[in-house]
Design a protein around this ligand. Structure first.
Ligand code: AMP
Length: 249
């Protein structure tokens, strides 16, 4: 079974994000970038499927600038067999990402496609869903457990206030949630070996896929600074403040 995993290059989650002075976007100058954490979980799941003998090949794919090859090399170091880079410097919206991933799926014919549930930069949580619709394949989002057997996937999903387990026929799209697994770290020898694994670079411009954006980014702002907290002496004092100062009750 061939597994395709979509990985996105995003700002490292440890970095405190800065906004450009003109508020036109997030400032990425000299900022540490990394693989989106939910994509790391998707890669880990694909590798575990290979280790269990369920998957025969794991192919990592990304859409983004040349630098995004770093994240593909990370996926290769973690255990992916080969990688595909669809290169572009344009801002690519989820629908365009989904269309580009569809073009790769049409060619590669994987039986399972794993994505992160969400990219922590744009927080869209929609690429997997859009891809499933474009492919007309079943989807399981927010997966916290995946079992593949006899051409079927049984997926436990994290839903509000509980878990839901669903069965779906393959080929299918699955998006990973936080508790699906704990991603491993790449070992130095594997990082060295990854440099020799195949990485196929293609231009998005030559793909024939329409990536014209449907939205314009108007303004980006930092969240409001949090006010310092205050200790109160009694429940009555708290109620008084909530009623008369904060005016929330
Ligand atoms: P989003 O819908 O943007 O929150 O992203 C959800 C998931 O879609 C990510 O975790 C990735 O698996 C995939 N994805 C989004 N953008 C890209 C991209 N540029 N290249 C590869 N995969 C992507």
């Amino acid at each position: 079974m061939k597994v395709l995993v979509a990985v996105k290059r995003v700002i490292d989650y440890n970095v405190k994000v800065r906004v450009k002075p003109d508020h036109s976007d997030v400032d990425l100058t000299n900022v540490k970038m990394a693989m989106n954490p939910f994509c790391e979980i998707a890669v880990e799941e694909a590798i575990q499927l290979k280790e269990r003998g369920v998957a025969s090949e794991v192919v990592a794919v990304t859409i983004g600038p040349k630098a995004a090859q770093e994240q593909l090399r990370t996926a290769l170091a973690l255990g992916a067999d080969r990688a595909i880079h669809l290169e572009t410097d344009e801002r690519v919206e989820s629908l365009a990402v989904a269309r580009l991933l569809k073009s790769v799926i049409d060619e590669e014919q994987p039986e399972l496609v794993l994505l992160g549930k969400q990219a922590i930069d744009s927080d869209n949580n929609q690429t997997g869903q859009m891809l499933a619709a474009l492919m007309d394949w079943p989807q399981a989002t927010f997966a916290s457990r995946v079992l593949i057997e006899d051409g079927k996937a049984t997926v436990t999903r994290e839903i509000d206030g509980g878990l839901q387990t669903i069965a779906l026929d393959l080929p299918a799209i699955i998006t990973s949630d936080l508790r699906l697994n704990e991603p491993r770290y790449a070992k130095l020898p594997d990082i060295m070996k990854a440099k020799k694994k195949p990485l196929d670079v293609r231009s998005v411009a030559d793909s024939g896929v329409d990536i014209a954006p449907r939205t314009r980014l108007l303004r980006v702002e930092m969240p409001a600074e949090r006010q310092a907290g205050e200790r109160v002496e009694s429940v009555d004092a708290l109620l008084d403040k909530l009623k008369n100062e904060a005016k929330v009750i």
